[in-house]
Design a protein around this ligand. Structure first.
Ligand SMILES: [Zn+2]
Length: 309
């Protein structure tokens, strides 16, 4: 088990703890999270919070059974008014944040040790979190919405599971930087499905096992979750070797935006004609992708040509 796959970065590592079939995933992000955060010049707390949101989205997208896109989004009245992270089942990840620099500067952050997550009440304030699963045109879009409740994003997600899902989950998220400033992130999630009726004896055993693994899980440090030299399988073994940990094939992830000039043109084509006419008066209209900061430029001629398609 240990030596077969020692890829350390940009992977989702599913696992199971026998004998009670507690399922989990360990996510480790290296270049993926560094690239997304480096595309923007976010202040440290915003970048850290977005890094956590991206890690959370990758953890949760690992549960998708069909091709599709999983989106995690917050909308709130705090200095960080928007966080978006989305993950395609093929492993493409992207994300961005919107924030108010002035209000961000006004909060006096408490001393944050390397093991603590950014404060959700300080940064996000009051608002909601939306979890969306979009599995293509032929299927219905699923969206779960919950109010932002919790001190950290991990706590907010757990609140959501308690409210709206049929399972209990334990969750840990970590974002950090190496000495040269490179961003790294890691996350660990364990879930259990409540037992069916009439199986009380097993349920008690599962309850014990669940409590035990939650204690083990909370013993993981942020440093371990983001460590470049600690392959996910080794970390799982270190934590859960007494719990019969079994690993499955990993899924790779990478930072990849889905924007293109064609897509931007499609959006412009849907604009009212008078707005397009206004744009034509400028020498160049620039549309910037909020996810990856790519700039698409349209001259008046380009805009005129849109209408002819
Ligand atoms: Zn883009």
């Amino acid at each position: 088990m240990l030596e077969a796959d020692l890829r350390t970065d940009d992977v989702v590592q599913p696992f199971q703890l026998d004998p009670f079939a507690l399922r989990g995933r360990l996510v480790r992000l290296g270049p993926t999270v560094d690239r997304i955060l480096a595309q923007h010049d976010y202040p440290e707390p915003v970048a850290t919070l977005l890094g956590e949101a991206i890690t959370l989205a990758v953890l949760l997208a690992g549960a998708l059974k069909y091709e599709g896109v999983f989106t995690f989004q917050t909308k709130s009245d705090g200095p960080v008014r928007l966080l978006v992270a989305d993950v395609k089942t093929d492993g493409a990840v992207r994300g961005y944040a919107q924030y108010d620099a002035k209000r961000l500067g006004e909060i006096t952050p408490g001393e944050r040790s390397g093991d603590e997550s950014p404060s959700v009440p300080d940064l996000l304030g009051t608002g909601y979190i939306a979890f969306t699963v979009d599995q293509g045109d032929d299927t219905e879009r699923y969206q779960g919405i919950v109010s932002i409740t919790g001190a950290t994003l991990a706590e907010c997600a757990q609140h959501y599971f308690r409210q709206s899902e049929q399972f209990q989950a334990g969750l840990k998220l970590a974002v950090g930087r190496t000495d040269d400033g490179t961003w790294r992130a890691g996350g660990l999630m364990l879930q259990r499905v409540p037992p069916e009726g009439g199986r009380q004896r097993i349920a008690d055993d599962v309850e014990d096992a669940w409590r035990r693994v939650m204690v083990l899980m909370s013993s993981t440090t942020s440093a371990e979750l983001v460590a470049p030299d600690l392959p996910p399988r080794r970390l799982l073994w270190r934590l859960f070797h007494d719990e019969g940990v079994r690993v499955y094939d990993t899924h790779p992830v990478e930072a990849r935006c889905r924007c293109s000039r064609e897509r931007v043109a499609g959006i412009l084509r849907a604009f009212p004609p008078d707005e397009i006419d206004e744009m034509k008066e400028e020498p160049v209209t620039t549309v910037t992708c909020e996810f990856c900061n790519t700039r698409y430029e349209f001259t008046a001629d380009d805009l005129a040509a849109l209408g002819q398609n």
